[in-house]
Design a protein around this ligand. Structure first.
Ligand code: 5GP
Ligand code: MG
Ligand code: MG
Length: 188
């Protein structure tokens, strides 16, 4: 799927597939170096982080394990409430293990800070975060993101795993939608 297939729905390509792939290589090299000699469990947050996880894991040289969680943070709207529900929990016990949460995007940071707290309560050796995208509002949150791909403006973005109403996840790039697609309400 490319920008042309989206027709008038797409406003702008913010980050190309090439840029995503290059940045993924860089992040993978950093993570390889930081976790050398340790066993790492990558925890992907469904569904948005599927592409990030798949590409990051393949760009890494360290042997890693992968597990998945699904949480609901948005409820009926599209803005984080901080009220998080586990829809699918990890399969594995993480006590004593090094955990790296892999996320698509950090916006308010509410979902991730809840998730970090939840995982830390399971007695892991460490918990860190990798997020491909970061929005400006996350700066207000006291949450440390060890690995970030790109800073994006406070606009609703889609592609590379990120959806709008479950669509656009398979775009290989990150783009913004035309306002008429989502009603022009960026505060969601
Ligand atoms: P937060 O709790 O940090 O506000 O939001 C976390 C989740 O909201 C992300 O993992 C992602 O699923 C969703 N989200 C936040 N901003 C966007 C966006 O611009 N586009 C899409 N598609 N999802 C977003
Ligand atoms: Mg997500
Ligand atoms: Mg979504």
């Amino acid at each position: 799927m490319d920008a042309g297939d989206m027709g008038p729905a797409l406003k702008e390509v913010l980050i190309t597939a090439e840029q995503l792939s290059k940045r993924t290589e860089e992040l993978a090299a950093q993570i390889d170096a930081d976790y050398a000699g340790r066993e790492l469990l990558l925890v992907g947050v469904l569904k948005g982080a599927v592409m990030v996880m798949a590409d990051l894991a393949r760009a890494m040289h360290l042997p890693v394990q992968m597990d998945w969680m699904a949480v609901s943070s948005y409820g009926s709207g599209t803005k984080s409430s901080g009220v998080v529900r586990i829809l699918k929990d990890l399969d594995a016990d993480i006590s004593g293990r090094h955990v790296l949460i892999v996320e698509d995007i950090i916006d308010s940071g509410l979902t991730l800070s809840w998730l970090v707290g939840n995982l830390k309560s399971r007695d892991p050796a460490s918990v860190a975060i990798a997020a491909m995208l970061r929005k400006p509002s996350s700066a207000q949150m006291d949450i440390e993101v060890a690995y970030t791909g790109f800073d994006v403006p406070d606009e609703f973005v889609v592609g590379y795993g990120l959806d709008y109403a479950e669509r656009y996840r398979n775009l290989p790039f990150i783009g913004t939608l035309a306002p008429e697609v989502y009603g022009g309400n960026t505060s969601r």
